[in-house]
Design a protein around this ligand. Structure first.
Ligand SMILES: Nc1ncnc2c1ncn2[C@@H]1O[C@H](COP(=O)(O)OP(=O)(O)OP(=O)(O)O)[C@@H](O)[C@H]1O
Length: 209
């Protein structure tokens, strides 16, 4: 069984092709770590895989509603409490209970605090707790550990491990070692796009992506 299959993918950003020739597949229980220098295209690849921008060429195959994407920004509503933020997302994604997600990211004691009044690390924990109420099998994470202290990184690594054990999969752009045993590493450096190739799919305007 394959949760995600990527074949000969080319990805652009800002009208420039950034990476090309990327192929891999993800099975239940698999983790893929994206590596490469700043600006190589890790975020652009994740955005493309998550459907936020079209591929330049190549194919991305997965079941409908398979992917949950956690971007750099936490996407929180500051006036809503931590619990209300999670409940909002749980309702969007299908009504998964929020208590276990709060507990998993050590947010139970902060459940009634407005998200806008959380610290940077607490906001990040709440943004990541959102993944747990999506019920989606493929998690895509862009620098998930930014602002997290060592204990929270450990906790988050455990959450990912449990997700993998339960048959999920994850792709992470991260510069730190989360200790995920058996994770594959995909360094994008060899996939840097050659100059002079077409960058945009026909009719695509990034202003609306
Ligand atoms: N909104 C944008 N408009 C134009 N170009 C962009 C935009 N966002 C990123 N880029 C450019 O696209 C290229 C790929 O950026 P991307 O953010 O995907 O890299 P990255 O590997 O995630 O980098 P980092 O490790 O610094 O997060 C870079 O050269 C970057 O400058």
């Amino acid at each position: 069984m394959t949760l995600l299959s990527v074949t000969d993918l080319a990805v652009a950003r800002g009208g420039m092709r950034v990476v090309e020739g990327v192929s891999f597949s993800l099975h239940p229980g698999a983790a893929l770590i994206l590596r490469g220098p700043n600006g190589i295209g890790k975020t652009s690849l994740l955005r493309t895989l998550a459907g936020l921008q079209p591929a330049v060429s190549g194919s991305i195959e997965h079941d409908e509603d398979a992917i949950a994407y956690a971007a750099h920004a936490d996407g929180l509503k500051p006036a809503l409490t931590a619990a209300e933020n999670l409940r909002f997302w749980a309702d969007v994604f299908g009504g998964f209970p929020i208590e276990a997600a709060l507990e998993a990211m050590e947010l139970t004691a902060l459940a009634d605090r407005p998200a806008g009044a959380l610290s940077a690390g607490q906001k990040r924990r709440l943004g990541l707790a959102r993944l747990l109420v999506t019920g989606r099998p493929v998690w895509m994470l862009d620098e998930p550990t930014v602002s997290l202290d060592a204990q929270s990184v450990e906790r988050f690594a455990r959450v990912i491990g449990q997700h993998l054990e339960a048959g999920g999969a994850a792709i992470l752009a991260t510069h730190i070692d989360l200790g995920l045993t058996g994770a594959d590493v995909l360094d994008l450096t060899p996939f840097r796009a050659r100059p002079g190739q077409g960058a945009r799919p026909a009719g695509f305007n990034e202003a609306f992506a």
